[in-house]
Design a protein around this ligand. Structure first.
Ligand code: SF4
Length: 562
């Protein structure tokens, strides 16, 4: 990003006179601590974005209190991820001095942000010990006891969703007393043995219509998920916005913390409310890419069909990078999705082994029902990607081989592999702690790096899991690429180009891009360029030579020209 932007967004409003009698008016400062760990040219870890995304959770809260809190005087969002030449301390000091907040709400959606909390909260209390510091987000819900023990300057934590709780806090005549009620968690409530419970919004229509005027839209650089059809490579000026149209998930996958955050009962915004919001984003900001971040978008298939039927009117691209549950997609829904602008779908399959799905992950997927569903998506010209996770305790080589065979036999176009990772708040974390399958050094908040395989369970060789994941990726996405196999070189070329965009020295992407170009009768100079880039990558990193030999690829220029 080259444009310098203001890190602060400030909104003032006149508080409701009657409410102001009952409560002192409140000024709220939202702080989004840093979460970015890599430059945008490098692929992201799961749960940690490498691009600058809108702070959707904070925007939901800020929109809600903007419309509903009667005693709200001002609110402002300080997103510390927005590039700025000044250090964090200076930026926070400026925000505190300018806006003199009554309440500071720190958003903790990513574990990696946790390391900043102590310094931020100390600085706030240093300036004014009377400022109330509250904190919320997925990390807080999973680890509230430890956080309160470790963060003396934080007054209260919000368990699960916070819109209604924050609104009540703003309007309370006695804000300290208001923190005694659920979903707030305090040292006192913990000492009294109170178990926190969530305060879910039932009517999501009031939460879906995010007010993007609360941030500087130009400051954010969203990035579309991997796809041969992602728009950002094209001339088209991408205007991408998030939306979450439902909350909750009735399933209990062992690796997922989602049900403990939004609950197991599904709640939906009405299709009317979603469409009205999209209309507004198109009209106001020229939205042309809609990123739907629901966890279970398709469970209510009638609603999903109605949603896609009406999205088709906008002529936009629609992506669902969280993945969808394949079994809900019938022929009609596949057609409606395509017409609405879905060119790529991510299926959250996790494994090609019935045993792993049923007995280890506890995910109710019937693999025997997937072939016609995937064929159907292909008939609708939708590029089919799937998520897989390897390395669960109890999983065997035979299970992983079944995953490999499933990918090949079902013509999955692109597969994304992750390691089984015991994130806090998940059943897998509980199992790993109870059985001593993770080291103490991975048990602190923010200590888990999802790019490393950290489980040490009997019968699992971690080196083998890491090798297996990487080789399976090279095998199914490059060496036996589905689109190459069926002669769709144009799509294969776009895939490999997209990999190179994200990983410029990916040897296999250069090799197979050259191969696909050659088969498609492409430009000789461009083909040569990518073969040369392949050889340069091999020279620069011996691991590529090892991988090339493993798959029988040439490792010398002479072999390439032969
Ligand atoms: S992985 Fe998906 S289906 Fe499983 S519990 Fe999480 S949100 Fe639900």
């Amino acid at each position: 990003m080259t444009t310098r932007i203001s890190p602060l967004t400030f909104h003032s409003r006149r508080p409701d006179a009657a409410a102001a009698d009952a409560a002192t008016t409140a000024r709220v400062l939202f702080i989004v601590p840093p979460y970015q760990v890599k430059p945008s040219s490098v692929s992201s870890k799961k749960g940690v974005r490498s691009f600058l995304a809108f702070p959707y959770g904070v925007l939901t809260l800020a929109t809600y209190i903007q419309r509903n809190a009667k005693a709200l005087e001002d609110q402002f969002i300080l997103d510390l991820n927005i590039p700025d030449t000044r250090d964090m301390n200076t930026r926070i000091a400026e925000a505190l001095d300018t806006h003199r907040p009554t309440i500071v709400a720190i958003s903790l959606m990513f574990d990696v942000s946790y390391r900043h909390v102590a310094a931020i909260s100390a600085q706030i209390k240093d300036r004014d010990p009377g400022t109330l510091i509250v904190m919320g987000g997925a990390v807080v819900t999973a680890s509230y006891g430890e956080i309160l023990a470790q963060q003396p300057h934080v007054d209260a934590l919000c368990y699960s969703e916070g819109e209604q709780a924050l609104c009540r806090l703003v309007d309370a005549a006695d804000r300290t007393a208001a923190l005694a009620d659920n979903p707030w968690v305090t040292r006192q409530s913990l000492a009294s043995g109170i178990v926190p419970s969530a305060d879910y919004i039932e009517d999501l229509d009031i939460a879906v219509d995010i007010d993007y005027e609360l941030v500087d839209v130009k400051a954010y650089s969203m990035k579309e998920a991997f796809s041969p059809f992602a728009s950002y490579r094209n001339e088209r000026n991408v205007k991408q916005f998030f939306i979450v149209t439902s909350r909750g998930c009735p399933f209990k996958c062992v690796f997922c913390a989602e049900p403990s955050y939004h609950g197991r009962a599904m709640r939906y915004a009405s299709v009317d409310a979603v469409i009205a919001h999209v209309e507004d984003l198109v009209r106001t900001y020229g939205l042309n890419v809609l990123t739907i971040y629901d966890d279970q978008l398709l469970l209510d298939t009638a609603r999903a069909k109605e949603l896609f039927r009406r999205l088709a009117a906008f002529d936009i691209r629609v992506e669902m990078p969280n993945g969808v549950t394949a079994v809900f997609i019938d022929a009609e829904l596949a057609g409606l999705m395509k017409a609405a602008g879905v060119d790529t779908i991510f299926l959250a399959l996790e494994s090609g082994s019935e045993h792993v799905l049923k007995n280890i992950i506890k995910k109710p997927i019937r693999l025997d029902r997937l072939k016609p569903i995937i064929d159907n998506l292909h008939r609708n010209d939708i590029f089919v990607q799937a998520f897989f996770i390897n390395g669960f305790p109890g999983e065997t080589d035979a299970d992983r081989q079944q995953t490999y065979e499933f990918i090949r036999s079902h013509n999955i176009d692109w597969s994304l592999f992750n390691y089984a990772t015991p994130l806090r708040g998940t059943e897998l974390y509980r199992q790993c702690v109870e059985n001593g399958w993770i080291d103490d050094r991975h048990r602190g908040i923010g200590d888990v790096d999802m790019t490393d395989y950290i489980i040490r369970a009997p019968g699992i060789d971690p080196v083998r899991i890491e090798q297996h994941n990487y080789l399976m990726n090279l095998d199914v996405n490059f060496v036996h690429n589905t689109r190459m196999r069926i002669g769709d070189y144009a799509t294969a070329i776009r895939c490999f180009e997209e990999v190179i965009d994200r990983h410029p020295t990916h040897a296999f992407a250069h090799y197979y891009l050259a191969d696909a170009m050659q088969r498609a009768g492409g430009d000789e100079a461009a083909i040569r360029h990518h073969y040369d880039a392949y050889l340069s990558a091999l020279q620069a990193d011996p691991i590529w030579v090892e991988h090339a030999r493993h798959f029988g690829l040439p490792v010398q220029a002479t072999a390439l020209s032969a």
